[in-house]
Design a protein around this ligand. Sequence first.
Ligand code: SF4
Length: 224
Amino acid sequence: MTSRSPAPRVPPALRQRATEVLARLQDLYPDARTELAFRNPFELLVATVLSAQATDKSVNAATPALFAAYPDAFALAAARVEDVEGFIRTIGLYRNKARNLVALAGLLVERHGGDVPNDFDAVVALPGAGRKTANVVLSNAFGFPAIAVDTHVGRLARRLGFTAETNPDKVEVQLQRLFPREQWVFLHHALILHGRRVCLARRPVCSACALAAVCPQVGVEVST
Ligand code: SF4
């Protein structure tokens, strides 16, 4: 019989630094939340699928007309893919996304009575969704504790010395070990905001960063 080895203990100094980073992020972004516009779990799911490799701004510009035309999973499931494309043409990968959205809506109707399931595995199984989408949807729509790891969260977690992993699933596990469960959703949003505004991908603004005193700046070669 094999036994799973226990997760390695988090060094106290690292945990303390994580606590300090969290406190500073809470000061910086007390109202951190998703910047995607949505009114219900269905809209959030659609917006999150659309946001892959696209800006929230471009998604928010397209979704009001899309949701007016297809207000629920039943309407979207019955749509022609070409018609959906017309609403999201300004968003990257729109052909793929239109196809996925119609298929996804079909599955919501077929398996879940048209509702977004409050179940991680069921959301992950939807076309165009993945772990990140499931985490975003379940945390924002249903209060499920989750840290969705996108490009910003992964980059900041590495620069802040919280992980050396590049695989988002592994980054997620390491962040979960470092931060209290009730802060996971906040942390996800705050790291995204900090990544967009200060800890930029190409040239982070370390000189004006409120986390600088507690950040080892791992892998940062050029900063402002
Ligand atoms: S100090 Fe630099 S690397 Fe660290 S979080 Fe701030 S901007 Fe990012």
